[in-house]
Design a protein around this ligand. Structure first.
Ligand SMILES: Nc1ncnc2c1ncn2[C@@H]1O[C@H](COP(=O)(O)OP(=O)(O)O)[C@@H](O)[C@H]1O
Ligand SMILES: [Mg+2]
Length: 332
């Protein structure tokens, strides 16, 4: 073995993560001890039985089985390019499933010929579990708040508004105009908030976004709202991704409505070979994201994006407008 290669392996040995290498044909030429822990088994070296990956079984994050010849290592060898921070679910022979981030990258010789590839597997199972638990708690809390607001506060306020209006009719419109108007606004505002908290997600993303836009048009008649969906945008998204992405769009639209004073907002769903993107662009007053009062909305958009392995970026310029950009690698 060449000295360089030995050096490389000693380096991988020291990594606090699973690491293994394959030759050009996908045969495993090396793996470290952490990889054995991640896989829950020890593959044979240079054996076609364990081509591309030493795991027992592989799944994508939405539960679909992935054959070894479609794993990140296989793709890195096939396409001669790197795949980094890609989530993958590994099932061990004892049935336990773990979630890992794969980092599969081709290795070349001095003249650029493909020699093989290295894959580094970082176990993120604990983090995923914590995120999922947090997510469930937050969703439950959200539903509880929406229910309380709707069933208690909104009912009381509406009833008060009605009796005030009745009293107004009886007293032939003497006074109380201001109070009735204020209360009517409060009821409407609260109703909007409850809608925002509820909005359910069972249809395709573009259908959901279309109804979100319709709702928001009602709430902000002065603002023109359009949706443009790329030809190649997937009509079906995994159950894990769709609701989170819908909530992100929903939060972004709520912010446009509440803070931007925009005349136009456009939601764009686009995709290319590598990623899908959702952009919410308004022509409102803009803000300075770094200096904004850290609100629940922006934080939860970021958390939702991270939960489904995506990226959220906010670009905003004072007096020009704001764009919320969500990007997700297309590997589901
Ligand atoms: N589209 C937007 N246009 C202008 N300002 C915005 C926009 N989105 C967010 N902001 C600013 O960022 C702040 C934080 O937003 P967010 O976290 O959603 O909290 P909240 O909406 O409860 O204030 C807002 O208060 C507002 O000042
Ligand atoms: Mg907000």
């Amino acid at each position: 073995m060449r000295e360089g290669e030995l050096h490389f392996r000693r380096l991988l040995e020291k990594l606090p993560a699973g690491a293994y290498t394959c030759d050009r044909d996908g045969l495993i030429t090396y793996f470290n001890q952490h990889a054995v822990e991640v896989w829950g088994r020890e593959p044979k070296l240079n054996d076609p039985v364990d081509r591309y990956c030493g795991s027992f079984k592989l799944f994508s994050t939405d539960g679909a089985a992935i054959t070894h010849d479609r794993c990140w290592m296989a793709r890195a060898l096939e396409t001669n390019r790197g795949y980094n921070r890609r989530e993958i679910v590994i099932e061990r022979p004892d049935g336990e499933r773990i979630t890992a981030l794969a980092h599969a990258n081709p290795i070349h010789d001095e003249s650029g010929n493909l020699l093989g590839a290295v894959n580094v597997l970082v176990d993120i199972t604990d983090r995923k579990r914590a995120e999922e638990a947090l997510h469930e708690i937050r969703e439950a809390e959200r539903r509880r708040i929406a229910r309380d607001l709707h069933d208690v506060v909104l009912q009381d306020l509406s009833a008060t508004l009605q009796s005030l209006q009745a009293a107004q009719v009886e007293s032939e419109g003497v006074g109380l105009d201001q109070e009735v108007e204020t209360l009517r606004n409060a009821v409407q505002g609260l109703r909007n908030a409850v809608y925002d908290l509820y909005a359910e997600d069972t249809q395709s993303l573009s259908r959901t976004v279309e109804s979100l836009l319709e709702l928001n048009r009602q709430l902000a008649p002065g603002c023109e709202m359009t949706l443009s969906v790329d030809h190649g945008f997937p009509s079906e998204l995994p159950d894990t991704v769709r609701p989170e992405l819908a909530r992100i769009v929903q939060e972004a639209l709520a912010n446009v409505r509440r803070h931007s004073g925009a005349h136009r907002v456009e939601v764009t769903l686009e995709s290319d070979e590598d990623e899908i993107r959702a952009l919410i662009t308004d022509d409102g007053r803009g803000f300075e994201p770094d200096r904004a009062r850290p609100g629940v909305g922006l934080t939860s958009m970021e958390e939702r994006a991270a939960l489904i392995g995506g990226d959220l970026e906010i670009r905003s310029e004072l007096g020009v407008g704001t764009q919320v950009r969500f990007c997700l690698w297309r590997d589901f």
